[in-house]
Design a binder for this molecule. Structure first.
Ligand code: BEZ
Length: 211
């Protein structure tokens, strides 16, 4: 199955390092991050999971629950987590799905046969509280992802949903945002009391509304 932006993220039931999980129940009303790994006991994944664990309070501030996936079993996951905690100086609290039969990997298109017939690629989805898929990224096995970028996208998506703005290149929380094309300059001036700067009729900035 090929999942695209705007699709409903499919629910599933799976074993995990924290016991059996129903994906929707785990997410509840939160935002969610589902991310796949090639395998347990691999170096790049060890650093990614460790760093994600260190960002737990950042994800919590953004009402976001994290869940990882790897195609090994529960026992391997639990032993690997001990290594991650030891080597990355953290305490992994989020579950890692044990997808030994690759059912969820196939459901979410995490196996790209021309990259590897068996291992999952490094994919990551952001799922909103309505269970809609809002971001999909896929990296090669040899390149670790940038989880600060994932926080940045979460900030952008949550801002866009709340204030009808868009965010420009390399935007960071606190910086000016863009008035989207659907909002006329006349309406923007009423909607954004901090002011609107018009560079071109189609390129308009306003200070971030919630700072
Ligand atoms: C890793 O997950 O650490 C990894 C996987 C494939 C190639 C290199 C590193």
């Amino acid at each position: 199955m090929s999942i695209k932006l705007g699709d409903t993220a499919p629910n599933f039931q799976a074993e995990s390092s924290l016991g059996d999980i129903n994906f929707y129940n785990y997410l509840g009303d939160s935002w969610g991050i589902l991310f796949s790994h090639p395998a347990d006991y691999t170096p790049v994944c060890t650093t990614e999971l460790g760093y994600t664990s260190k960002l737990q309070s950042e994800f919590a501030q953004r009402n976001t629950k994290v869940i990882a996936l790897s195609v090994d079993g529960v026992e391997d996951h639990q032993n690997w987590i001990k290594d991650i905690n030891e080597t990355q100086n953290t305490d992994v609290q989020f579950p890692i799905i044990a997808d030994k039969e690759r059912k969820i990997s196939e459901l979410y298109d995490f196996i790209h046969p021309n990259a590897s017939a068996t291992a999952t690629v490094r994919s990551l989805l952001i799922i909103d509280p309505a269970k809609k898929v809002r971001l999909i990224i896929t990296y090669p096995a040899s390149t670790g992802r940038n989880f600060n970028e994932i926080l940045r996208v979460l900030d952008s998506l949550q801002l866009v949903d709340n204030y009808q703005v868009a965010t420009p290149v390399n935007w960071k929380n606190g910086e000016d945002v863009i008035v989207p094309p659907a909002v006329s300059t006349e309406d923007a001036i009423k909607k954004f009391p901090k002011g609107v700067t018009e560079i071109k009729p189609y390129l308009r900035y306003t200070p971030q509304p919630n700072t």
